[in-house]
Design a protein. Structure first.
Lengths: 372, 324
């Protein structure tokens, strides 16, 4: 881009400015008086040219003025004194000139270089068939016997070559470490991952739909847990702190689940949060599943024996307050941003998990109640 | 008698030379005193006692071969003591009649010594004399001799029992000149001259007619319109309500200079130009006479007086800000 075109309005404006500010004779004479330090003698002489002078003042003034003016060499006295506007114009000109030089700095150097490269390449390309022919001729002259190598041997040789320790430069030259290409590759890899995930999630959903039909009431308390586990997943990618909180939550859950697993009365949750029920179920609604023993045939009911199982006291109990259901607390669930305290704290939602609150005995009772 | 411009320069140079025989230093004061005399104005000299105020006036009167009178202003001085009064006289036939007895003001050069010690009533007796060059007594106007030149002195230190001059009285003075104490060299010279057996004597240089002719020459000096406009702008700038007024004027000035101030600038500039050997008035001449011509015509506001601002500072600010 040529910036000199921007200079065009300036001379036009300057000419207009000069024309508009053109002084009259009076102003010119006054300025001359000031410029040559004539003590307003020139303007006085010009103003009082027809003045009646009985005391010879004007005659003396004329003589003094002539004497002063004779000493002035106009060609030497009037040095070029640029106006402030002209100075500004000159500065802008210089600035644009420099700008132009900077922008077009690489142009004259690179163009001949590129042209030279192009010529070299063209000459090289033109030489290739000739060189090929020359090589073939040389080979034919030498009559070198060609050895036949089997594929296995060839592969072995290749492997050996690959196993050979290379210099760092050679090694790095195998890979394209350009940032842009790396980014592209990463993006592509991420895209592939996402596609895979989507595909797997679709499959899982289908499986879940099938499994959901088979689920019975026995795994109800753990559905919440499963869901809470699922809730935790989005936080994994967002913030580590929340992830840690969720992990703590899971550990708590596991802690509450382990005694029930020991008892062998409750279904065993898997890592993915799904529960594997030992008994096949036919319905979704509680109490509609097929019972292994029909009613009246085996009427032995599970009776709460009153075995003493240690239940860790909740905080409320420690404080002397007993509640059947404990409201979810937000305490200790503050989300931190960038590992620093925020003045606008936000809290992670916590689902009320009955398994955490109810003792296992009560869970069993409830389960048997609803199963009937 | 018609004098030329060369005669003017010669007379002024001789006056200066004769004054310098008695007065040591004070070249500028002498210059401004001569300017005021040749412009037809009066001078107010301000300075501490013993500085040579009275001596300057007396020397000037001796040089100029003019009638000189001195009035010592005191609180009990009456206007008639200055202007004169009608007294009853008896003729040969025994008939009584009034005759105007001229006061000390009927002189060419009047020294009003310590003018601020008289009452305002007595001070105002000078008003008509200074402005009109005449005295009215008993319904009769008596013209004062020409040239009429009043030189008043006042002491700025002993202010107790004094009556500061009213604005109207101050405005009548062409210049107000402030005498500063002499330097070491000047003081040595004063001692040398005044403590010997021989006292310096001055010669008469000019009479009243010559002075009157010189005054005419001063008035005939050409002054370009740009310089006149500049003088007017300076005077207008002393008024706080004027668009030419500077920030300092707006803040510290109560009243600005009167048109007499502009007259003093122009006439003073003309006389100064002639004394400097020029035939026209320049911006420089106006600037040079601005301070003595305007310093007593500007009245400071309460803020100005409280902050110790002087009128000289105000004028310097105006001269700096007002463009030629």
């Amino acid at each position: 881009m040529n910036f000199f075109i921007l200079l065009l309005p300036f001379p036009i404006f300057y000419l207009y400015f000069i024309k508009k500010k053109k002084p009259n004779y009076y102003q010119i004479i006054l300025q001359t008086d000031k410029y040559f330090s004539l003590d307003e003698e020139l303007i006085t002489f010009w103003e009082y040219k027809d003045y009646y002078d009985p005391y010879g003042l004007m005659e003396r003034l004329r003589k003094r003025l002539e004497e002063k003016l004779s000493k002035i060499d106009l060609s030497k006295a009037y040095k070029f004194k640029p106006s402030p506007l002209l100075k500004i114009l000159f500065l802008i000109f210089v600035f644009l000139l420099i700008l132009n030089l900077i922008t077009s700095k690489d142009m004259p150097k690179s163009i001949p270089h590129i042209l030279e490269n192009k010529e070299n390449q063209e000459s090289k390309v033109s030489r290739i068939p000739e060189e090929k022919l020359a090589l073939n001729e040389e080979l034919s002259k030498k009559n070198i016997p060609k050895e036949k190598i089997s594929q296995e041997e060839f592969d072995k040789e290749k492997l050996k070559e690959m196993e050979k320790p290379k210099s760092l430069e050679e090694f790095l030259s195998q890979y394209n470490l350009d940032k842009n290409t790396l980014k592209k590759e990463n993006n592509q890899a991420e895209k592939h991952k996402e596609e895979r995930k989507e595909a797997s999630s679709k499959n899982n959903n289908q499986e879940k739909g099938e499994e959901g039909k088979e689920q019975n009431i026995s795994n109800l308390p753990f559905q919440g847990a499963g869901k809470s586990y699922a809730y935790a997943n989005p936080y994994e990618s967002k913030e580590k702190s929340t992830l840690q909180d969720e992990k703590a939550l899971k550990e708590d859950m596991k802690g509450s689940e382990t005694p029930s697993n020991q008892e062998g009365t409750l279904p065993v949750p898997t890592e993915s949060g799904k529960e594997v029920d030992k008994n096949p179920k036919s319905g979704n609604l509680p109490g509609t599943e097929e019972r292994p023993d029909k009613l009246g045939q085996e009427t032995q009911r599970k009776v709460f024996t009153g075995e003493k199982i240690y239940v860790p006291p909740s905080q409320s109990e420690e404080l002397g307050k007993n509640y059947l259901f404990q409201a979810p607390t937000l305490e200790g669930r503050r989300l931190s941003q960038d590992k620093s305290l925020s003045f606008n704290p936000s809290y992670a939602k916590e689902r009320a998990v009955s398994s955490r609150i109810l003792p296992l005995e009560f869970k069993e009772i409830l389960k048997t109640y609803f199963s009937q | 008698m018609t004098l030329s411009i060369q005669d003017f320069t010669a007379v002024v140079d001789r006056i200066k030379k004769e004054i310098s025989k008695v007065i040591v230093g004070y070249d500028e004061i002498i210059n401004f005193t001569i300017i005021s005399l040749l412009s037809g104005g009066h001078v107010l000299l301000e300075g501490v006692p013993g500085i040579g105020k009275t001596l300057l006036v007396r020397t000037l009167s001796e040089i100029l071969d003019l009638k000189f009178s001195r009035i010592q202003f005191t609180p009990d001085l009456m206007p008639a003591d200055i202007t004169g009064t009608n007294i009853i006289l008896e003729d040969e036939n025994g008939r009584k009649y009034f005759k105007f007895q001229e006061g000390p003001i009927f002189a060419n050069i009047v020294l009003a010594d310590e003018i601020n010690r008289a009452t305002p009533k007595t001070q105002s007796a000078l008003l008509e004399a200074m402005q009109e060059g005449s005295v009215t007594s008993g319904g009769v106007i008596y013209s004062l001799p020409k040239p009429f030149f009043v030189m008043a002195t006042q002491n700025p230190i002993e202010m107790e029992g004094t009556y500061p001059l009213p604005e109207a009285q101050l405005d009548r003075f062409f210049f107000k000149l402030i005498l500063t104490p002499p330097s070491q060299e000047e003081l040595l010279e004063i001692i040398e001259r005044t403590t010997n057996i021989e006292t310096p004597k001055v010669n008469k240089v000019a009479d009243g007619n010559t002075i009157e002719e010189l005054k005419k020459i001063v008035r005939s000096v050409p002054i370009p319109m740009a310089v006149k406009e500049y003088a007017v702008k300076i005077v207008l700038a002393t008024h706080p309500e004027s668009p030419h007024a500077t920030e300092k004027v707006k803040k510290y000035v109560r009243y600005g200079a009167s048109p007499r101030g502009a007259q003093a600038l122009i006439l003073g500039g003309k006389a100064l130009a002639l004394i400097e050997g020029k035939s026209n008035v320049s911006f420089k001449n106006i600037k040079k006479v601005a301070i003595p011509a305007l310093r007593h015509r500007i009245i400071l506001s309460f803020e100005g007086e409280a902050e110790g601002i002087t009128t000289d500072e105000i004028i310097e600010d105006i001269l700096e800000k007002v463009k030629e």
